[in-house]
Design a binder for this molecule. Structure first.
Ligand SMILES: Cc1ncc(COP(=O)(O)O)c(C=O)c1O
Length: 398
Protein backbone atom coordinates (compact mmCIF):
# COMPACT_ATOMS: atom_id res chain seq x y z
CA UNK A 1 0.00 0.00 0.00
CA UNK A 2 1.25 3.48 -0.77
CA UNK A 3 0.52 6.55 1.28
CA UNK A 4 0.32 10.10 0.00
CA UNK A 5 2.46 12.42 2.10
CA UNK A 6 2.60 15.01 -0.68
CA UNK A 7 -1.04 16.10 -0.74
CA UNK A 8 -2.54 16.31 2.78
CA UNK A 9 -5.68 18.39 3.40
CA UNK A 10 -5.08 22.10 4.07
CA UNK A 11 -4.86 22.98 7.76
CA UNK A 12 -5.18 26.77 7.52
CA UNK A 13 -8.48 27.90 9.14
CA UNK A 14 -8.83 24.65 11.09
CA UNK A 15 -8.40 23.96 14.82
CA UNK A 16 -4.64 23.43 14.29
CA UNK A 17 -2.53 25.28 16.90
CA UNK A 18 0.39 25.14 14.53
CA UNK A 19 -1.49 26.96 11.76
CA UNK A 20 -3.64 29.27 13.91
CA UNK A 21 -0.52 31.00 15.20
CA UNK A 22 -0.03 32.63 11.79
CA UNK A 23 -3.66 32.83 10.75
CA UNK A 24 -4.20 35.57 8.14
CA UNK A 25 -0.43 35.95 7.55
CA UNK A 26 1.73 34.49 4.83
CA UNK A 27 3.93 32.58 7.27
CA UNK A 28 4.57 28.85 6.83
CA UNK A 29 4.30 27.27 10.30
CA UNK A 30 7.36 25.09 10.88
CA UNK A 31 7.45 25.30 14.64
CA UNK A 32 5.47 23.09 17.07
CA UNK A 33 6.12 19.34 16.73
CA UNK A 34 3.14 18.07 14.82
CA UNK A 35 3.27 16.99 11.20
CA UNK A 36 1.16 18.21 8.29
CA UNK A 37 0.33 14.65 7.20
CA UNK A 38 -2.93 12.73 7.34
CA UNK A 39 -2.76 9.93 9.89
CA UNK A 40 -2.63 6.24 8.86
CA UNK A 41 -5.93 5.19 7.21
CA UNK A 42 -6.23 2.45 9.85
CA UNK A 43 -6.53 5.12 12.55
CA UNK A 44 -9.24 7.00 10.65
CA UNK A 45 -11.16 3.75 10.16
CA UNK A 46 -10.87 2.81 13.85
CA UNK A 47 -12.10 6.26 14.86
CA UNK A 48 -15.06 5.98 12.46
CA UNK A 49 -15.98 2.62 13.94
CA UNK A 50 -15.77 4.03 17.46
CA UNK A 51 -17.79 7.14 16.56
CA UNK A 52 -20.46 4.98 14.91
CA UNK A 53 -21.01 3.23 18.22
CA UNK A 54 -22.47 6.52 19.40
CA UNK A 55 -21.86 6.36 23.18
CA UNK A 56 -18.88 8.12 24.74
CA UNK A 57 -18.89 7.39 28.45
CA UNK A 58 -15.84 7.36 30.73
CA UNK A 59 -13.43 5.00 29.10
CA UNK A 60 -11.02 2.27 30.14
CA UNK A 61 -8.70 0.48 27.72
CA UNK A 62 -9.97 -2.90 26.56
CA UNK A 63 -7.60 -5.90 26.58
CA UNK A 64 -6.82 -5.64 22.87
CA UNK A 65 -5.64 -2.03 23.34
CA UNK A 66 -3.32 -3.00 26.19
CA UNK A 67 -2.06 -5.99 24.20
CA UNK A 68 -1.28 -3.71 21.25
CA UNK A 69 1.13 -1.73 23.45
CA UNK A 70 2.74 -4.82 24.98
CA UNK A 71 3.17 -6.45 21.57
CA UNK A 72 4.58 -3.27 20.02
CA UNK A 73 7.34 -2.76 22.61
CA UNK A 74 8.32 -6.43 22.40
CA UNK A 75 8.25 -6.62 18.59
CA UNK A 76 9.99 -3.32 17.97
CA UNK A 77 12.51 -3.18 20.81
CA UNK A 78 12.58 -6.61 22.42
CA UNK A 79 11.30 -4.86 25.53
CA UNK A 80 8.86 -7.02 27.49
CA UNK A 81 6.46 -5.07 29.62
CA UNK A 82 3.79 -6.29 31.98
CA UNK A 83 0.34 -4.73 31.43
CA UNK A 84 0.26 -3.94 35.16
CA UNK A 85 3.13 -1.48 34.68
CA UNK A 86 1.09 0.83 32.43
CA UNK A 87 -0.48 4.08 33.65
CA UNK A 88 -2.50 5.83 30.92
CA UNK A 89 -2.21 9.60 30.71
CA UNK A 90 -3.87 12.31 28.60
CA UNK A 91 -0.47 13.70 27.58
CA UNK A 92 3.20 13.17 27.98
CA UNK A 93 3.90 16.59 29.49
CA UNK A 94 1.37 15.58 32.14
CA UNK A 95 3.71 12.65 32.84
CA UNK A 96 6.71 14.95 33.28
CA UNK A 97 4.78 17.13 35.75
CA UNK A 98 3.43 14.15 37.69
CA UNK A 99 6.89 12.58 37.86
CA UNK A 100 8.40 15.76 39.30
CA UNK A 101 5.69 15.93 41.97
CA UNK A 102 5.80 12.23 42.81
CA UNK A 103 9.55 11.80 43.22
CA UNK A 104 10.90 15.17 44.37
CA UNK A 105 9.65 17.39 47.17
CA UNK A 106 9.37 21.18 47.05
CA UNK A 107 12.84 22.69 46.83
CA UNK A 108 14.41 19.45 45.60
CA UNK A 109 16.18 19.15 42.25
CA UNK A 110 15.70 17.57 38.85
CA UNK A 111 18.73 17.22 36.58
CA UNK A 112 18.53 17.51 32.82
CA UNK A 113 20.78 18.10 29.80
CA UNK A 114 20.16 21.32 27.88
CA UNK A 115 19.15 22.39 25.29
CA UNK A 116 16.03 20.31 25.78
CA UNK A 117 12.27 20.30 25.15
CA UNK A 118 11.03 23.23 27.33
CA UNK A 119 8.65 21.30 29.68
CA UNK A 120 11.68 19.38 30.98
CA UNK A 121 12.60 22.67 32.65
CA UNK A 122 9.14 24.04 33.41
CA UNK A 123 7.53 20.85 34.78
CA UNK A 124 9.61 20.75 37.99
CA UNK A 125 9.24 24.52 38.43
CA UNK A 126 5.44 24.29 38.12
CA UNK A 127 5.32 22.63 41.52
CA UNK A 128 8.20 24.38 43.28
CA UNK A 129 10.92 21.88 42.39
CA UNK A 130 14.17 23.15 40.82
CA UNK A 131 15.56 22.22 37.44
CA UNK A 132 19.32 21.95 37.28
CA UNK A 133 20.58 22.28 33.72
CA UNK A 134 23.78 20.65 32.54
CA UNK A 135 24.65 21.89 29.04
CA UNK A 136 25.43 19.42 26.27
CA UNK A 137 28.91 20.06 24.98
CA UNK A 138 29.60 20.26 21.30
CA UNK A 139 32.99 19.10 20.07
CA UNK A 140 33.85 20.53 16.64
CA UNK A 141 35.58 18.13 14.27
CA UNK A 142 38.88 20.02 14.14
CA UNK A 143 39.10 20.20 17.98
CA UNK A 144 39.29 16.48 18.61
CA UNK A 145 41.18 13.51 17.26
CA UNK A 146 38.59 11.22 18.89
CA UNK A 147 36.21 10.28 16.06
CA UNK A 148 33.56 9.04 18.48
CA UNK A 149 33.08 12.52 19.98
CA UNK A 150 34.14 14.90 17.17
CA UNK A 151 31.31 16.63 15.34
CA UNK A 152 28.81 15.44 17.97
CA UNK A 153 26.89 16.70 20.93
CA UNK A 154 28.49 15.05 23.94
CA UNK A 155 27.57 14.63 27.58
CA UNK A 156 29.81 16.54 29.92
CA UNK A 157 30.12 13.77 32.51
CA UNK A 158 32.33 15.88 34.78
CA UNK A 159 29.76 18.71 34.86
CA UNK A 160 26.99 16.17 35.41
CA UNK A 161 28.76 14.70 38.47
CA UNK A 162 29.40 18.18 39.81
CA UNK A 163 25.74 19.16 39.42
CA UNK A 164 24.52 16.50 41.87
CA UNK A 165 23.67 17.74 45.36
CA UNK A 166 21.94 16.05 48.30
CA UNK A 167 18.72 17.60 46.95
CA UNK A 168 18.95 15.92 43.52
CA UNK A 169 16.21 13.30 43.21
CA UNK A 170 15.46 12.88 39.53
CA UNK A 171 17.04 12.80 36.09
CA UNK A 172 14.91 13.82 33.09
CA UNK A 173 16.17 12.10 29.94
CA UNK A 174 14.97 12.77 26.42
CA UNK A 175 15.58 9.53 24.46
CA UNK A 176 15.97 10.24 21.54
CA UNK A 177 16.80 13.85 22.16
CA UNK A 178 14.66 16.81 21.15
CA UNK A 179 15.90 19.27 19.88
CA UNK A 180 19.29 17.76 19.03
CA UNK A 181 17.76 14.91 16.96
CA UNK A 182 20.24 12.64 18.67
CA UNK A 183 19.95 8.90 19.32
CA UNK A 184 21.49 7.64 22.52
CA UNK A 185 24.16 4.95 22.19
CA UNK A 186 23.97 1.88 24.41
CA UNK A 187 27.21 2.69 26.24
CA UNK A 188 25.95 6.21 27.05
CA UNK A 189 22.66 4.90 28.41
CA UNK A 190 24.50 2.30 30.47
CA UNK A 191 26.74 5.01 31.92
CA UNK A 192 23.77 7.24 32.63
CA UNK A 193 21.93 4.37 34.33
CA UNK A 194 25.01 3.69 36.46
CA UNK A 195 25.12 7.42 37.33
CA UNK A 196 21.46 7.37 38.45
CA UNK A 197 21.98 4.21 40.51
CA UNK A 198 25.10 5.59 42.19
CA UNK A 199 23.32 8.83 43.15
CA UNK A 200 20.03 7.14 44.01
CA UNK A 201 18.09 9.13 41.35
CA UNK A 202 14.81 8.18 39.72
CA UNK A 203 15.22 8.23 35.94
CA UNK A 204 12.38 9.60 33.84
CA UNK A 205 12.90 8.59 30.21
CA UNK A 206 10.75 10.48 27.70
CA UNK A 207 10.71 8.23 24.62
CA UNK A 208 7.97 9.98 22.66
CA UNK A 209 10.30 10.18 19.62
CA UNK A 210 11.56 6.60 19.97
CA UNK A 211 9.65 5.35 16.92
CA UNK A 212 11.09 8.12 14.75
CA UNK A 213 14.68 7.04 14.20
CA UNK A 214 15.98 8.31 10.86
CA UNK A 215 19.44 6.74 10.97
CA UNK A 216 18.76 3.11 10.08
CA UNK A 217 22.01 2.00 11.73
CA UNK A 218 21.03 3.27 15.14
CA UNK A 219 18.48 1.35 17.21
CA UNK A 220 16.22 3.06 19.69
CA UNK A 221 17.03 1.50 23.07
CA UNK A 222 14.32 1.88 25.72
CA UNK A 223 16.26 2.93 28.81
CA UNK A 224 14.27 0.55 30.99
CA UNK A 225 15.26 -2.40 28.79
CA UNK A 226 18.94 -2.08 29.82
CA UNK A 227 18.49 -4.25 32.88
CA UNK A 228 16.44 -5.02 35.95
CA UNK A 229 18.23 -2.64 38.31
CA UNK A 230 17.64 0.48 36.22
CA UNK A 231 14.13 -0.66 35.22
CA UNK A 232 13.23 -0.66 38.91
CA UNK A 233 13.92 3.10 39.13
CA UNK A 234 12.72 4.22 35.71
CA UNK A 235 9.52 5.92 34.61
CA UNK A 236 9.26 5.59 30.83
CA UNK A 237 6.91 7.90 28.96
CA UNK A 238 5.74 6.88 25.49
CA UNK A 239 2.89 7.84 23.17
CA UNK A 240 1.64 7.21 19.65
CA UNK A 241 1.19 10.98 19.28
CA UNK A 242 4.38 12.16 17.53
CA UNK A 243 4.86 9.11 15.34
CA UNK A 244 1.31 8.76 14.06
CA UNK A 245 0.46 12.46 14.22
CA UNK A 246 -2.33 12.19 16.78
CA UNK A 247 -1.19 14.61 19.55
CA UNK A 248 -4.63 16.23 19.49
CA UNK A 249 -6.16 12.96 20.73
CA UNK A 250 -4.30 13.11 24.06
CA UNK A 251 -3.16 9.55 24.71
CA UNK A 252 0.14 8.71 26.41
CA UNK A 253 1.50 6.05 28.70
CA UNK A 254 3.80 5.89 31.68
CA UNK A 255 5.45 2.49 32.07
CA UNK A 256 6.64 1.92 35.63
CA UNK A 257 7.85 -1.59 36.55
CA UNK A 258 8.38 -0.86 40.25
CA UNK A 259 5.09 -1.16 42.19
CA UNK A 260 5.99 1.39 44.87
CA UNK A 261 7.06 4.00 42.31
CA UNK A 262 3.89 3.31 40.35
CA UNK A 263 1.79 3.81 43.47
CA UNK A 264 3.47 7.16 44.18
CA UNK A 265 3.02 8.21 40.56
CA UNK A 266 -0.68 7.29 40.51
CA UNK A 267 -1.24 9.04 43.83
CA UNK A 268 0.23 12.25 42.37
CA UNK A 269 -2.31 12.12 39.53
CA UNK A 270 -5.29 11.86 41.90
CA UNK A 271 -8.04 14.35 41.14
CA UNK A 272 -6.01 16.46 38.73
CA UNK A 273 -5.23 14.26 35.74
CA UNK A 274 -8.07 13.75 33.28
CA UNK A 275 -9.03 10.38 31.83
CA UNK A 276 -7.90 9.26 28.39
CA UNK A 277 -10.86 9.36 26.00
CA UNK A 278 -12.50 6.51 24.11
CA UNK A 279 -11.28 8.00 20.85
CA UNK A 280 -7.75 8.20 22.19
CA UNK A 281 -7.72 4.49 23.06
CA UNK A 282 -9.16 3.57 19.67
CA UNK A 283 -6.50 5.60 17.83
CA UNK A 284 -3.70 4.20 20.00
CA UNK A 285 -4.66 0.58 19.33
CA UNK A 286 -5.02 1.15 15.58
CA UNK A 287 -1.63 2.91 15.48
CA UNK A 288 0.26 0.17 17.30
CA UNK A 289 -1.60 -2.75 15.73
CA UNK A 290 -1.97 -1.62 12.13
CA UNK A 291 0.19 1.47 11.65
CA UNK A 292 3.53 -0.17 10.85
CA UNK A 293 3.43 0.05 7.01
CA UNK A 294 2.47 3.73 7.31
CA UNK A 295 5.26 4.35 9.86
CA UNK A 296 7.85 2.79 7.55
CA UNK A 297 6.62 4.91 4.64
CA UNK A 298 6.68 8.00 6.88
CA UNK A 299 10.28 7.29 7.92
CA UNK A 300 11.32 6.94 4.28
CA UNK A 301 9.66 10.28 3.48
CA UNK A 302 11.17 12.02 6.52
CA UNK A 303 14.65 10.70 5.64
CA UNK A 304 14.42 12.42 2.27
CA UNK A 305 13.17 15.61 3.92
CA UNK A 306 16.06 15.39 6.39
CA UNK A 307 18.54 14.96 3.53
CA UNK A 308 17.02 17.91 1.71
CA UNK A 309 17.30 20.15 4.79
CA UNK A 310 20.88 19.05 5.53
CA UNK A 311 22.07 19.55 1.95
CA UNK A 312 20.26 22.87 1.56
CA UNK A 313 21.69 24.28 4.77
CA UNK A 314 25.20 23.27 3.77
CA UNK A 315 24.96 24.44 0.18
CA UNK A 316 22.71 27.49 0.32
CA UNK A 317 22.67 28.95 3.81
CA UNK A 318 25.98 30.62 4.44
CA UNK A 319 26.24 31.37 8.17
CA UNK A 320 23.78 28.64 9.22
CA UNK A 321 24.98 25.25 10.50
CA UNK A 322 23.53 21.93 11.51
CA UNK A 323 26.21 20.92 13.95
CA UNK A 324 25.64 17.17 14.11
CA UNK A 325 23.84 14.60 11.94
CA UNK A 326 20.05 14.51 12.33
CA UNK A 327 19.54 10.97 13.62
CA UNK A 328 15.92 11.06 14.80
CA UNK A 329 12.69 13.12 14.97
CA UNK A 330 11.48 15.50 12.27
CA UNK A 331 13.13 18.49 13.91
CA UNK A 332 16.32 20.18 12.77
CA UNK A 333 18.38 22.26 15.18
CA UNK A 334 19.92 25.13 13.25
CA UNK A 335 22.79 27.23 14.56
CA UNK A 336 22.20 30.79 13.33
CA UNK A 337 24.58 32.57 15.70
CA UNK A 338 26.80 33.87 12.89
CA UNK A 339 23.87 35.91 11.58
CA UNK A 340 23.92 37.93 14.83
CA UNK A 341 20.17 38.34 14.95
CA UNK A 342 18.79 39.78 18.20
CA UNK A 343 15.53 37.88 17.60
CA UNK A 344 15.97 35.15 14.97
CA UNK A 345 12.35 33.95 15.10
CA UNK A 346 10.98 37.45 14.41
CA UNK A 347 13.45 37.81 11.55
CA UNK A 348 12.43 34.52 9.91
CA UNK A 349 8.72 35.28 10.46
CA UNK A 350 9.24 38.56 8.60
CA UNK A 351 10.40 36.41 5.68
CA UNK A 352 7.44 34.04 5.89
CA UNK A 353 8.63 31.11 8.03
CA UNK A 354 7.58 30.32 11.60
CA UNK A 355 10.34 28.52 13.54
CA UNK A 356 10.81 27.67 17.23
CA UNK A 357 13.11 29.87 19.27
CA UNK A 358 16.19 28.03 20.55
CA UNK A 359 16.08 30.20 23.68
CA UNK A 360 12.98 28.27 24.86
CA UNK A 361 15.14 25.15 24.86
CA UNK A 362 17.81 26.93 26.95
CA UNK A 363 20.15 27.73 24.10
CA UNK A 364 21.65 31.23 24.43
CA UNK A 365 19.36 33.84 22.83
CA UNK A 366 20.12 34.25 19.15
CA UNK A 367 22.10 31.00 18.77
CA UNK A 368 19.57 28.44 17.50
CA UNK A 369 16.19 27.96 15.89
CA UNK A 370 14.34 24.66 15.42
CA UNK A 371 12.80 23.74 12.09
CA UNK A 372 9.99 21.18 11.82
CA UNK A 373 10.37 19.27 8.54
CA UNK A 374 7.35 17.00 9.06
CA UNK A 375 5.54 18.46 6.07
CA UNK A 376 5.07 17.83 2.34
CA UNK A 377 8.23 18.25 0.33
CA UNK A 378 6.79 21.19 -1.63
CA UNK A 379 6.08 23.05 1.63
CA UNK A 380 9.58 22.28 2.87
CA UNK A 381 11.15 23.53 -0.37
CA UNK A 382 9.15 26.75 -0.15
CA UNK A 383 10.10 27.17 3.51
CA UNK A 384 13.79 26.65 2.75
CA UNK A 385 13.68 29.24 -0.04
CA UNK A 386 12.13 31.73 2.37
CA UNK A 387 14.79 30.93 4.96
CA UNK A 388 17.42 31.56 2.31
CA UNK A 389 15.99 35.03 1.60
CA UNK A 390 16.02 35.73 5.34
CA UNK A 391 19.64 34.60 5.62
CA UNK A 392 20.74 36.68 2.62
CA UNK A 393 19.12 39.75 4.14
CA UNK A 394 20.61 39.10 7.58
CA UNK A 395 24.09 38.70 6.09
CA UNK A 396 23.80 41.95 4.20
CA UNK A 397 23.52 43.80 7.51
CA UNK A 398 26.11 41.86 9.59
C1 LIG B 1 10.29 15.20 24.06
C2 LIG B 1 8.82 15.54 24.05
N1 LIG B 1 8.05 15.16 25.08
C3 LIG B 1 6.72 15.43 25.11
C4 LIG B 1 6.12 16.14 24.08
C5 LIG B 1 4.66 16.49 24.13
O1 LIG B 1 3.87 15.50 24.61
P1 LIG B 1 2.31 15.72 24.83
O2 LIG B 1 1.80 16.55 23.73
O3 LIG B 1 1.76 14.35 24.87
O4 LIG B 1 2.17 16.40 26.16
C6 LIG B 1 6.90 16.56 23.00
C7 LIG B 1 6.29 17.34 21.92
O5 LIG B 1 6.93 17.89 21.08
C8 LIG B 1 8.27 16.25 22.98
O6 LIG B 1 9.07 16.61 21.96
Amino acid sequence: MTFDFDHPPARAATDSQKWQKYSGRDVLPMWVADMDFSVPPAIVEALHRRVDHGIFGYARPVKSTIDSVVEMTERRYGWRIDPAWIVWLPGLVVGLNVTAQAFAREGEEVLTLTPVYPPFMSAPRNSGRHTVQVPWSFTPRHDSADTSTAGCWNIDWVALERAVTPKTKLFFLCNPHNPLSRVWRREELVRLAEFCLRHDLILCSDEIHGDLILDSNLPHIPTSSLGEEIAQRTVTLIAPSKTYNVPGLGTSLAIIPNAELRRRFVRATAGIVAEVTALGYAACEAAYREGEPWRQALLAYLRLNRDLVSAFVQRELLGVRIEAPLEATYLAWLNVSELQLPDPVAHFEKHGVGLSDGAFFASPKGNHVRLNFGCPRATLEEGLQRIKQAVVEARSTV
